[in-house]
Design a protein around this ligand. Structure first.
Ligand SMILES: *Cc1c(COP(=O)(O)O)cnc(C)c1O
Length: 429
């Protein structure tokens, strides 16, 4: 235990002035980006508490995004499981179908206040690209989205959506032609156009001040949920469960309950084919689990098995899935939004200080949870969110009936129908 560790009751304030959550986070970027990030950090510091900015953001959340999102007691599901009561925070009901709009709109407003007229972003599955293109159309900002050409082919409807919304989608042909290559192109663009351009990052990731800004914009989820559960159930939940890709929907709901030390916070990563297969995106699963490595060592192949280690990745210090040589590992998940090698630095900090715990659900468990929620509650969840539901399905039957599990339903599943049909051995055509 190092000296930065503080009791959970002292939480917040993080990050510190250098953008560090304990030893994590910070700013690891080319020298040319430093002044650009300073400008963003200064503007955000000023606007964060500006009553006009806050009122404008709150107004748009209410009249455009559709906030507050409801809190639903999943009664049939809870009865079926015979244990804890499950409540769902319905981010799936927001405009564009997921929580990402909270952050995209907040940052687009900030950019506009800073006098920037051009927005860039990168996207993998297209969800962040669509949220960004939406916010730009609303605020009258020019929008350029970088996307690997492999992802463009896989996510054609989202490419079309972005174009309908007036965004220019630029295909990236370098590297593996996927998300990390799109990130590199977006950074290149920003370095070339620092004066008129603002870069919107889609999760609680990247160099300071992005993890802080994204957390603040997403914290509306937790603030609402806390008020709603007190109204509906008359008390706080026992556990709050959310899926963790970059970590924005999880940090957003966790934030409402950080100082309620009786409330357990649980993040669920993508277990893919199972962490023992090496095909997953569970950055925390093997972080200190030397036994697995030893068990697998006689196959002569364990360097292919990714392991979460602290490293510097995409502008921040955080836990990254790496192979034995320290290269970024290939990841796998049935849900594109959780299929990422790095995790937001605040989650690593929360785990270190023991305030949050992290587990994983496999592709099969997520699919099972997807179908279960469809049948018992009439809700088609995103495959990302289905990972959080899967964890609730495991825990609820073990708990007494008066316990409460609050699950963040980060998005709706319409975008995933093709994937689910293929998994069921059918196709759309
Ligand atoms: C993008 C996405 C996620 C994962 O991102 P986080 O930053 O970890 O929240 C989860 N759920 C949905 C519906 C998404 O679109």
């Amino acid at each position: 235990m190092s000296t930065y560790l503080t009791p959970a009751t002292d939480y917040p304030p993080v990050p510190n002035a250098q953008g560090k959550f304990g030893p994590y986070g910070g700013r690891f970027v080319p020298e040319t980006l430093m002044p650009v990030l300073d400008e963003v950090a200064e503007a955000y510091e000023e606007l964060r508490d500006d009553p006009g900015f806050r009122a404008e953001y709150a107004h748009l959340l209410k009249t455009y995004v559709g906030r507050p999102s409801p809190l639903t007691h999943a009664e049939r599901l809870s009865t079926h499981l015979g244990g804890a009561q499950i409540y769902l925070k319905r981010e799936d009901l927001l405009h564009t179908g997921a929580h990402k709009i909270n952050n995209a709109l907040g940052q687009a407003l900030l950019a506009k206040r800073m006098g920037k007229r051009r927005i860039i972003a990168e996207t993998g599955a297209g969800q962040h690209g669509v949220a960004t293109a939406t916010a730009c159309a609303l605020l009258g900002l020019e929008c350029v989205i970088y996307m690997g050409v492999v992802d463009m082919a896989r996510q054609e409807p989202n490419v079309f959506r972005m174009r309908l919304l007036g965004a220019e989608v630029r295909g990236v042909e370098s590297g593996t032609k996927t998300l990390k290559d799109a990130v590199n192109e977006a950074i290149r663009d920003w370095v070339a156009h620092p004066h008129d351009t603002y870069y919107i990052i889609g999760s609680a990731l990247g160099p300071h001040p992005y993890p802080l800004m994204c957390r603040d914009f997403q914290s509306v989820i937790g603030k609402e949920a806390r008020t709603q559960i007190l109204e509906q159930a008359g008390r706080l939940p026992d556990q709050v469960i959310a899926c963790v890709g970059g970590g924005s929907n999880a940090i957003g709901i966790f934030y409402g309950f950080l100082n309620d030390t009786s409330v357990k916070l649980i993040g669920v990563e993508a277990g893919g084919d199972g962490v023992e297969t090496g095909k997953h995106a569970a950055r925390f699963a093997r972080i200190e689990n030397e036994e697995l490595r030893i068990e697998n060592s006689d196959d002569g192949n364990h360097s292919q098995f990714p392991q979460g280690k602290v490293g510097v990745f995409q502008g921040m210090k955080t836990v990254v899935l790496q192979n034995a040589d320290g290269q970024i590992a290939a990841t796998h998940s049935i849900s594109a939004g959780l299929d990422y090698a790095g995790v937001g630095p605040e989650h690593v900090y929360l785990r270190d200080i023991g305030r949050a715990e992290y587990t994983s659900a496999t592709d099969d468990e997520a699919l099972n949870a997807f179908h279960t929620l469809c049948r018992f509650e009439g809700i088609i969840p995103a495959l990302e969110s289905s990972h959080a539901v899967a964890e609730a399905l495991k825990r609820a039957p073990q708990l007494p009936r008066d316990h409460i599990l609050l699950v963040n339903l980060s998005g709706r599943g319409d975008k995933d129908l093709n994937t689910v049909m293929q998994a069921a051995g059918q196709s759309l055509s």
